[in-house]
Design a protein around this ligand. Structure first.
Ligand SMILES: Cc1ncc(COP(=O)(O)O)c(C=O)c1O
Length: 390
């Protein structure tokens, strides 16, 4: 089947770009001496996770228990839930996975730790938990630099049913870009990457001083993540500790957010939305209003760092050349509003390709994606964990 024969809208993955992205992250992990535990929230697919494993990924990261269940059922045996799981019903579901799959999850509050301990103490074997750590993003996690954080980790380690196996952080502020006059995009990514590494290593030392068993024995897992910050990771030893694993997710596809942050260029964007122009009108100022069949429910309303509009329309998708003067400047649920200054050569019935602002959310809206090699559709890729938010 040819790409032009696919009903639109369709989420299309260019095989060669996907493969290059998967390989280059595995190479980076190998070069830095860290395990790659990719976050599956981006592709949500057993097919792509299997390819990551073939290339050397040591395990998977998920956000939700439902995702862990899907990947465990597909034969994955080591899954990190990078989330502070809470609730007896959830612990019971997680416990059902443990005979065939190591599943660890995050703890960052006394309430969460006590609830998990109460459940898993009755289960026999202790379950592995990671102390979620805040190194500056201020989402979840205990502060890396507070004495009470190391004391918290030691207390969690002492609770029946729990074993602290590591510390985990997400440097989501790597998406904020330059923060001071004169700071370049690359500088901002390096700054967050170095902070993430140094603060986690510092926290590991404080856990050892406090007496957390895995830190004392040297087995503490130190997990960092985010596609922008990993780009500049340089692992180093600090008082016997090194970063042990990385959890990037978005790198499999990249998107306009990564392009605008300077993480990668358009040529590394493996995912595009294939859409059709279905209406066209003139504005009074001479510009044109085109409508593509991809609105909020396909492109999502996510903006992107320094983005003009809701995705980049390509003029030449084969070479990833952007279309000049065309901006998706608004979205309704089913309509992508494209403003073309000076008019365009596009007509009703023409097909376009769009690099979305945020690929992960685009994938979550779809039951499947299409793997292509240029104009040829190779196969359907199921989005196995679509909607598995519980
Ligand atoms: C906890 C956690 N780990 C890893 C990631 C992966 O980040 P990215 O998609 O930037 O690679 C995310 C992204 O949201 C996350 O929340």
């Amino acid at each position: 089947m040819l790409l032009s024969e696919l009903p639109t809208p369709a989420v299309v993955i260019e095989k060669s770009r996907l493969e290059a992205n998967l390989r280059s992250m595995q190479d980076l992990a190998d070069a830095q001496g860290v395990a790659l535990r990719p976050h599956t929230k981006t592709h949500k697919s057993v097919f792509i996770a299997s390819r990551q494993r073939e290339l050397g990924a040591k395990g998977l990261t998920v956000a939700k228990l439902g995702e862990a269940e899907t990947f465990a059922a597909a034969g994955f045996t080591d899954i990190r839930l990078a989330y502070a799981l809470y609730g007896a019903e959830k612990y019971a579901r997680l416990a059902r996975l443990l005979p065939t799959c190591r599943v660890s999850f995050c703890v960052d509050t006394p309430e969460g730790a006590l609830a998990a301990s109460e459940f898993f103490a009755a289960e026999g074997e202790p379950v592995d938990v990671m102390i979620e750590t805040d190194i500056g993003y201020h989402r979840c996690g205990v502060r890396w630099d507070r004495p009470e954080s190391a004391a918290f980790a030691l207390w969690v380690d002492s609770l029946p049913g729990l074993r602290v196996c590591g510390i985990l952080t997400h440097a989501g502020h790597s998406y904020y870009g330059p923060q001071s006059e004169g700071e370049t995009l690359a500088d901002s990514l390096k700054r967050v990457s170095n902070l993430e590494r140094d603060r986690m290593l510092e926290f590991a030392v404080s856990l050892r001083t406090a007496g957390v068993k895995a830190a004392v024995s040297g087995d503490l897992e130190i997990s960092v993540g985010s596609t922008p910050s990993i780009r500049y990771l340089t692992n180093r030893e600090h008082e016997g500790f090194k970063i042990t694993e990385i959890r990037p997710g978005n790198y499999v596809f990249h998107d306009m957010t990564q392009v605008n942050l300077g993480v990668r260029g358009l040529e590394s964007c493996a995912l595009t939305v294939h859409a059709t122009v279905f209406s066209k009108h003139k504005n009074e100022d001479g510009s044109e209003r085109l409508f593509i069949d991809s609105g909020k429910k396909v492109l999502t309303s996510d903006g992107a760092f320094r983005a003009e509009g809701y995705g980049q329309i390509l003029y030449d998708a084969g070479n990833m050349v952007p279309m000049p003067h065309a901006v998706i400047n608004a979205l309704s649920e089913e309509h992508g509003w494209v403003l073309v200054r000076g008019g365009s050569t596009l007509n009703v019935g023409d097909q376009v390709r769009v690099v979305p602002n945020h690929a992960c959310v685009v994938v979550n809206m779809q039951p499947h994606m299409f793997l292509v090699d240029g104009d040829e559709v190779l196969q359907t890729i199921l989005v196995d964990t679509q909607g598995r938010v519980v």
